[in-house]
Write a protein that binds this ligand. Structure first.
Ligand code: ZN
Length: 187
């Protein structure tokens, strides 16, 4: 199965310090939805793995999260993109769960659901915790310099990041590089 796992906030849509609590607060990053469509067109299944501690903090409920995802899926569909599944951690750090990134539990749920090994599966995100989760789960770690990591543009990657973290300007740039490599691997 050809699989790509994406973080949500800061990778697909604009990050917010105040959490994304309603569909109106969800705004796609430029080119990000089209990038998902390009992956789909190349035969990849795309799923999300996202920390949504706003649920555990009582800032919004599952109905609101579903409404946000309905908007996201509608906008994706308009550009020929599709997500196969959305995995989310609803917990706060105080819950000490195993699914909140940087732990690999959420990515392991993806592997379990689809019956695949995560070895070599790309996980794309905008934060240190995404890269740590990717590394811990055996995914390849792809950092997009959007969202939390936008300030890292033009700078060296801090030492805290796992070795072999690959950098991309944004999701579209990741897809450019990833599809090019997949094509080269076939030829
Ligand atoms: Zn959790």
């Amino acid at each position: 199965m050809k699989l790509v796992i994406l973080d949500r906030d800061g990778t697909l849509n604009r990050e917010s310090d105040e959490y994304i609590k309603t569909p109106d607060e969800w705004h796609a990053l430029p080119g990000a939805l089209e990038a998902v469509g390009r992956l789909n067109h190349a035969g990849y299944h795309v799923v999300l793995a996202t920390n949504q501690s706003g649920l555990g903090r009582g800032l919004f409920d599952v109905a609101a999260l579903n409404a946000i995802h309905k908007r996201m899926n509608k906008e994706l569909a308009a550009v020929g993109g599709r997500l196969d599944a959305i995995f989310y951690c609803p917990h706060t750090p105080a819950d000490a769960c195993t699914c909140r990134k940087p732990l690999p539990g959420l990515l392991e749920q993806v592997a379990e659901r689809f019956g695949v090994s995560l070895n070599g599966v790309p996980f794309v995100g905008d934060s240190l915790s995404d890269m740590q989760a990717a590394h811990a789960a055996g995914c390849t770690a792809h950092l997009v310099l959007t969202g939390w990591s936008e300030p890292l543009r033009g700078k060296a990657l801090p030492d805290a990041f796992p070795p072999l973290t690959q950098l991309h300007t944004d999701l579209n740039a990741f897809v450019d590089s990833f599809l090019k490599k997949s094509t080269e691997a076939l030829s």
